[in-house]
Design a protein around this ligand. Structure first.
Ligand SMILES: Nc1ncnc2c1ncn2[C@@H]1O[C@H](COP(=O)(O)OP(=O)(O)OP(=O)(O)O)[C@@H](O)[C@H]1O
Ligand SMILES: [Mg+2]
Length: 255
C-alpha cells in the first residue's frame, strides 16, 4: 500500500507526519519504505540517513528511469537502510530541483509509479513525503499512491490553501489515478487552549472534509526528535504526541 502525505503549503508537518507514520508502521512490524521527494531532504535526515556522494538517491532513480544511465539497476539498489528496524528510505538529494524541468519535459511523471510498484513486492507499506509545491514530484507521488493524507497546521492561510489543493488533486485523480483515496486531514500542532484552531477544524468539518483523529499536539519533543534524527515513536514512544501518532496510524490501518 502506497500512502502520500501532501499539502502544497510549506511547514504544515508533511515531513514530520510522513516520517513518524512510517516509523510507527515499522514498529508495528511492517517492512516500511519512506520515499523522500523533497529536495530539502528533511524526512531523509529525520529517519537517520545521511547521504554521501556515493549514496544512490531518488534523484538517481529518476535519472535512471529517464534513461540517463547506460546500465540500469533494480529500484531496490536505491533504497537505504536506516538505524531503525523495518524502516528504509529512498533518500532525497538536493539535485532533484535541477533535473525537474528536464524530467517534466520528457513526460517522466508516471515512472515513479512503475518503480514503486516494483518495490511494493518488497515492502508492506510505502509512505511518500512531498515538496511544498504542486510540482512534478508531488504529481508523480499522487499518481503512484493508493491513498493520500493532508496535513493541516491550524493556520488561517491553510483553510484557503486546502480548497485549491483539493481542486488540484481531484483533477489529477480524474485524469491519472482514479483509485486514489483521500484518507483525511491530519490536524497538526493543535492547541486546545486557543479558539482559532477549534474554529478552523470546525470549518473543515463544515466543508465535509474527513478530519482524522486524534489531532497531533504541538510539542518541543517533536523538534528534539528531529535534531536527534530519531522519529518520535523511537525517540520517546510513551510521549503524548507519540501516542497520538500510534492512534492515528491504527485508525488509518483499520480503513
Ligand atoms: N506536532 C509538532 N510539534 C512541534 N513542532 C512541529 C510539529 N509538527 C511540525 N513541527 C515543526 O514545524 C516545522 C515544519 O514541520 P515539517 O518540516 O514537518 O513541515 P513540512 O510540511 O514538511 O515543511 P516543508 O513544506 O518545508 O517541507 C518543523 O520545524 C517541525 O519541527
Ligand atoms: Mg517537508
Amino acid at each position: 500500500m502506497i500512502r502520500v502525505v501532501f499539502n502544497q503549503k510549506g511547514g504544515v508537518g508533511k515531513s514530520t507526519i510522513s516520517t513518524n507514520l512510517a516509523a510507527q508502521s515499522a514498529i508495528a512490524g511492517q517492512r516500511t519504505l519512506l520515499v523522500d521527494l523533497d529536495a530539502q531532504g528533511n524526512s531523509t535526515h529525520y529517519a537517520g540517513v545521511n547521504i554521501s556522494d556515493d549514496t544512490l538517491t531518488v534523484s538517481d532513480l529518476f535519472k535512471q528511469v529517464a534513461g540517463w544511465f547506460s546500465s540500469p539497476r533494480p529500484p531496490a539498489d536505491f533504497v537505504q537502510a536506516t538505524p531503525f528496524n523495518n524502516l528504509f528510505v529512498l533518500p532525497s538529494h538536493p539535485g532533484l530541483a535541477d533535473i525537474e524541468r528536464e524530467l517534466e519535459s520528457r513526460y517522466k511523471m508516471f515512472k515513479l509509479k512503475e518503480a514503486l510498484h516494483t518495490l511494493a513486492d518488497e515492502f508492506d507499506q510505502i509512505v511518500i513525503d512531498t515538496p511544498p509545491n504542486f510540482n512534478f514530484y508531488s504529481k508523480a507521488a499522487l499518481i503512484a499512491a493508493d491513498r493520500f493524507i493532508i496535513p493541516f497546521d491550524c493556520d488561517d492561510f491553510s483553510i484557503q490553501a486546502i480548497g485549491r489543493l483539493l481542486d488540484n488533486v481531484m483533477e489529477l485523480k480524474e485524469d491519472h489515478n482514479r483509485e486514489l483515496t483521500l484518507e483525511g486531514v491530519v490536524i497538526n500542532q493543535f492547541n486546545s487552549q486557543a479558539r482559532l484552531p477549534a474554529s478552523l477544524v470546525a470549518e473543515l468539518r463544515a466543508q465535509q472534509l474527513p478530519v482524522l483523529e486524534p489531532y497531533l499536539s504541538s510539542s518541543v519533543k517533536v523538534k528534539e526528535s528531529h535534531s536527534a534524527q530519531t522519529p518520535l515513536p523511537f525517540y520517546a514512544g510513551s510521549h503524548k504526541v507519540a501516542k497520538q501518532i500510534a492512534a492515528l496510524y491504527s485508525g488509518l490501518e483499520q480503513t
